[in-house]
Write a protein that binds this ligand. Sequence first.
Ligand code: FAQ
Length: 311
Amino acid sequence: QIKNLEEQFEARIVRDDKIEPKDWMPEKYRQTHIRQISQHAHSEIVGMLPEGNWITRAPSLRRKVALLAKVQDEGGHGLYLYSAAETLGISRDEMFEQLHSGKAKYSSIFNYPALTWADMGAIGWLVDGAAIINQVALCGTSYGPYARAMVRICKEESFHQRQGYEIMLKLSEGTQEQKDMAQDALNRFWWPSLMMFGPKDDESPHTAQSMKWKLKRKTNDDLRQQFVDQTVPQAELIGLTIPDPDLKWNEDKKGYDFGPIDWDEFWQVVKGHGPCNKERMKARVNAWEEGAWVRDAAMAYAEKQQERKEK
Ligand code: FAQ
C-alpha cells in the first residue's frame, strides 16, 4: 500500500501539485524539508545579529529607520519559516534545541563580522541579493507552506537588497575614504556571498534528490552563476571592482567565468570555525535564556485567558 501511496505522491510532484501538511508524504521528504526549512529559519534569526549591531550606529535617522525595519523583517521571516516547518510535525522548541546544540546549521555568511557601516550596504546588496535569487526559485517549491512563505518573503527581500545597494551607491559617490570603505566591504563579502549557495553540485549530497522532489528548483551552481551575472554589472555601475582577477565574460555561455572558491574556508565556517560562529551562538543562547520569563509570562497569560473563557 505504501508503494501505491508513493507512486501517487511522485505523480503529484510530476504534475506540479503542491503538497500540503495533511497529505501523505514519504518520511524522507518530510525530514529533508524540516532540515532545509528550519535551517533557513535559523539563518534569518542569526542573520539579524550582524546588522542589529549597527542599528544604534546608523549615520542618519533615515538609515536607522530603514535598517530597523529590515532587521524586524528578518525576525518575521524566521517566525514565518518556523511555522512552516512546524506543519511537518516538529516543535519550535526542538528546532531551537537543534540550533543551540550546533546540530542544525544556519547560513555560513552570518559567521563573518560586520566591521564598518559599508558592511550594511554589502550585506543588503550581496547577501540579500543572493538570498533573493535562491528564494525566487523556491517560490516554485513543491511544499505548499514553504512556497507561500517564499512569495511573501521575496517581496520584503527586494526592499532589503535595494536599501543595501543604495548605501553602496551613496558611499561610492562620496569621499575617497567612503569609496575605499565600500570597496573594502565588497572585498570581504564577495566570496562568502558566493559560498551561500552551498557546495558545488557534484559535491552537494542533497541536490539530486531535492531537485527530483522539486524542493530545489535550481541547483547550487546554477543559482551561483545567476548571482554573479546579475551582480557584476551592478558593481560596474557604481564604480566598484569585484575582487576576482579571473572574472571574465564568456560569450559562449553568455555569462561570467569566475575564479575558484575557497571550499576549505567554506567547510571550516560550516563546521563552526568561522570568525564569529561562537559569538553568534552565544548571542542566540543568551537571548533564549534571558527571554525565558517572557515565554513563561505569555503562557501564564494564555492559561488565565483560557480559564476565564471556560468559566
Ligand atoms: N551555510 O547538499 P547541500 C537569509 C550545508 S538567506 C551553511 O547543497 P542543500 C536572508 C547544507 O545545509 C540564507 N551550511 O544542501 C537574510 C548541508 O548540511 P546538512 C539562508 C550550508 O540543503 C539576508 C550540507 O552543507 N537561505 O537568511 C551552506 O541541498 C540578510 C550540504 O549541502 C536558505 O537557507 C551554507 N551556505 O542546499 C537574512 C535558503 N550551504 O543539512 C539576514 C534555503 C550548504 O546535511 C540578512 N536553503 N550547507 O547538515 C537552500 O536553498 C539550501 O538548503 C542550500 C543548501 C542551497 C543552502
